[in-house]
Design a protein around this ligand. Structure first.
Ligand code: AP5
Ligand code: MG
Length: 215
């Protein structure tokens, strides 16, 4: 099963993608997590990406597309994957469609996690992330068992550098301009499914599973 997660920054793409990956035993591929790991590791890719991410802008397609296509060509992707944060522009979506088409393949579901901007700004201020394993928490809605410590790997949680309210507003603008058109793109491809992302976390996942059980 090949799944694309759509939705604004903070809509809950990562939260749901991790649960999908776990339930269906497919890799969770987050371009944001790949960039953050490279920034932390001080790689050339990380240095390139950091200046864009810190401003809330998109990393250029020339960098992002090749990186993602290399990742999904790896062995663990044979039975599918859940893409979180890719595609984010029409050229990214077209490159993915073409790469899959050349193998007689396609995306099965594009899940649009829909949350209005006002709710997003509230959510982001409470988000905490694990810098080691990528798990995401919220101080009110999805608190870790021990304050500020990752349930999964015991690492101290951090506030992401791009979660400052000013940067979140910039990321939302970029989303509306460059990423929202993907909803129409995947609708035209017949694979778009809408999910109400304002509901409580377990209910959002229940709706996601109902959609993925369609065929
Ligand atoms: P990326 O890491 O993908 O960030 P994003 O899209 O901005 O999304 P987020 O990770 O912020 O939000 P999310 O939807 O995953 O929400 P989450 O589950 O954490 O990208 C970061 C940057 O990298 C980009 O800005 C860009 O610069 C660059 N980049 C990445 N991919 C790129 C690409 N393809 N092209 C170019 N540049 C790229 O949830 C948010 C919070 O809400 C959490 O605290 C969570 O616990 C809580 N929450 C989740 N669901 C619920 C719920 N139902 N109720 C209450 N709280 C909830
Ligand atoms: Mg995320």
């Amino acid at each position: 099963m090949k799944i694309v997660m759509l939705g604004a920054p903070g809509a809950g793409k990562g939260t749901q993608a991790i649960k999908i990956a776990d339930k269906y035993d497919i890799p969770h591929i987050s371009t944001g997590d790949i960039f953050r790991a490279n920034i932390k590791g001080g790689t050339e890719l990380g240095q390139k990406a950091k200046s864009y991410i810190d401003k809330g802008e998109l990393v250029p397609d020339e960098v992002t597309i090749g990186m993602l296509l290399d990742r999904i060509a790896q062995d663990d992707c044979k039975n599918g994957y859940v893409l979180d944060g890719f595609p984010r522009t029409i050229p990214q979506a077209e490159s993915l469609t073409e790469a899959l088409k050349s193998q007689g393949d396609r995306i099965d579901f594009a899940l649009n996690i829909d949350v209005p901007d006002e709710a997003i700004i509230k959510r982001m201020s409470g988000r905490r992330a694990c810098p080691k394993c990528g798990a995401t928490y919220h101080i009110v809605y999805a608190a870790p068992k021990t304050e500020n410590i990752c349930d999964k790997c015991g690492t101290e949680l951090i506030i992401r550098s791009d979660d400052k309210p000013e940067t979140v507003k910039d990321r939302l603008n970029v989303y509306h301009q460059q990423t929202e058109p993907l909803i129409a793109y995947y609708k035209a491809a017949g694979v778009l499914r809408e999910v109400d992302g304002t509901q409580e976390l377990p209910k959002v996942f229940e709706d996601v599973v109902a959609i993925l059980s369609e065929n």
